[in-house]
Write a protein that binds this ligand. Structure first.
Ligand code: MF3
Ligand code: CO
Ligand code: CO
Length: 274
């Protein structure tokens, strides 16, 4: 694998892994915080009867109110500010006029462009009271993400991240979606390298200080297989089992990892209030 100094690399995905400087980390810190604040803002808004389009509009307005851009608008033909993935939807659900119902679980994924840097993060939300098996899936998925993050340090590999996620999720009798992965991020929303959420220790590429990427495991209660609906975006579990996802944008530091997208309000996973 070749690594390049991000400050002099072309601003496109060349397949090489960009190593970022302290100014980039500062940019990502700010972008990540505002993206996380958008997810915090949604917590009291995710209630029975609200539509995903209404939630999307709140994020769009939040972005403009903060002088930042909703980066998904116009991204590869996408038209919304968020992805909203309900129950058996794995990812890339498109906000629409469907109303959330008591007991639903929904992932809301935001990517905001702040002074040229992308903050990409998602969380799960429960709509009212949710079933015990859904709550269990959310806990397992969040813990999977945190174990993946805990594997990040210089000298570790991308495979170590995937291994940490996969071994935990599968020990809990859940499955890891293979069809989507985390990604390098920075001035580009999707850059090298891919961050697989499964794998073996020592596989993949070596992590070096200055790397910036997302970790965003999708974990299913049933089988891992997905299909894409005819809208060309929405990914669902083939067996219609429940699916969950959490996402953070992180950077590799000299000693370990920095998470850019932690909730400033400490709203890390449901239940956000009891
Ligand atoms: N935020 C998503 C991610 O984690 C991007 C989805 S691309 C879209 O990579 F076009 F579907 F929004
Ligand atoms: Co992402
Ligand atoms: Co995302």
């Amino acid at each position: 694998m070749t690594y390049v100094d991000a400050s002099i690399a072309p601003m496109r995905n060349t397949g090489k892994v960009k190593l970022h400087d302290e100014a980039a980390f500062a940019g990502m810190r700010k972008a990540g915080r505002i993206a996380a604040e958008a997810l915090d803002m949604l917590v009291p808004k995710v209630v029975p009867g609200v539509t995903t389009e209404e939630l999307d509009r709140l994020v769009f307005n939040f972005a403009l109110d903060h002088g930042v851009l909703p980066a998904l608008v116009d991204y590869r033909g996408y038209t919304k500010s968020t992805c909203t993935s309900i129950n058996h939807v794995v990812c890339h659900g498109i906000p629409d006029d469907k109303r959330l119902r008591e007991g639903d679980i929904v992932n809301i994924d935001v990517t905001l462009l702040v002074d040229g840097w992308h903050g990409d993060t998602s969380r799960m939300y429960g709509v009212g009271e949710i079933p015990r098996k859904a709550e269990r899936l959310l806990d397992i998925t969040h813990e999977s993400l945190m174990r993946g993050i805990a594997a990040v340090r210089p000298g570790a590999t991308t495979g170590d991240i995937g291994h940490a996620i996969q071994t935990f999720a599968e020990a809990e009798r859940c499955s890891v979606v293979r069809d989507f992965c985390g990604h390098g991020i920075g001035r580009l929303i999707h850059d090298a390298p891919n961050i697989l959420h499964y794998g073996k220790r020592g596989e993949g590429i070596e992590l070096k200080p200055g790397m910036i990427f997302t970790i965003e495991p999708m974990i299913n209660l049933g089988r891992p297989h997905v299909k894409i609906l005819s809208d060309g975006w929405t990914a669902v579990t083939r067996d219609r089992s429940l699916s969950a996802q959490f996402e953070h944008s992180v950077g590799v530091t000299e000693t370990g990892v920095e998470v850019f997208t932690f909730s400033p309000l400490g709203l890390h996973k449901p239940p956000y209030a009891r």
